[in-house]
Design a binder for this molecule. Sequence first.
Ligand code: 13P
Ligand code: SF4
Length: 307
Amino acid sequence: MNLKEEIEKLKKEKNAVILAHYYQYPEIQDIADYVGDSLGLSQKAAETNADVIVFAGVHFMAETAKILNPEKQVLLPDLNAGCSLADSCPPDQFEAFIKEHPGHTVITYVNCSAEVKALTDIVCTSSNALKIVESLPKDEPIIFAPDRNLGKYIQKETGRDMVLWDGSCVVHEAFSLDKLLELYKKHPDALIIAHPESEEHILKTANYIGSTAGMIDFVKKHPKKKFIVATEVGILHKMQQEVPEAELIPAPVQEDNTCACSECAYMKVNTLQKLHDCLKNESPEVNVPTSIRERALLPIERMLKLS
Ligand code: 13P
Ligand code: SF4
């Protein structure tokens, strides 16, 4: 049996489901039961009947699945699948920050640890952040963490009173504006689509700004077009599968970047072999201490209700 067949067999034996993010390697996306953005993945995790959830994504995503499903086993192919954005918000420092700004509603982007979620009023993702902020009364002051670029974008779109945590994603801050403009000169017929974790100067060039799922939907609406795609390059796999006629060009990154295109090193530690091994060995497993889990659940449930 090859690796894929073995994974399918193990999946049936263990009543497991494989959830994968768009930034995973193509072979992982192709074997997954569901591929999606952070919101779609947490919705699937909330409704699954499987006994085992294999999360082909990063740690905070698997943690969110575990918070929603304490009785299920949640597996992550490699525990090193972290996130620079989640790391940029240490819980103790965030707790002190909240104390410095009393009377604020705390909204955190899902890319953060369970401990940070436990300090939060409502969680959001890039696909529902605007909706969630707008669901609050107009004069309500807001703390938004951890992504300053997404925060700035929401602040600009909604005009809300927001204090921003100064965190960011290394992958989305790697795009080069000069190179992007040079590329656009060569492809003036292209539409630029960008993830809101990108910096303001990149977002200013974009014809569409949205979550990974939102970007795919936008491309579907313009199937014969050419697109410059400013997010992690793994998304091109599903985008091209969904819209074969579209021409997709990854947005260029700065000179000093180790990769010519924007790859998330955390997402890419997961491999098909590791996915197989974690399902076979039922390890590594992601667990969340009960006291944190109980406090982190409510802000996630509030988000799911509002989505
Ligand atoms: P999405 O929810 O848009 O897929 O974003 C997840 C992520 O990690 C972006 O870097
Ligand atoms: Fe985190 Fe950025 Fe990787 Fe997304 S792309 S998982 S925000 S480091």
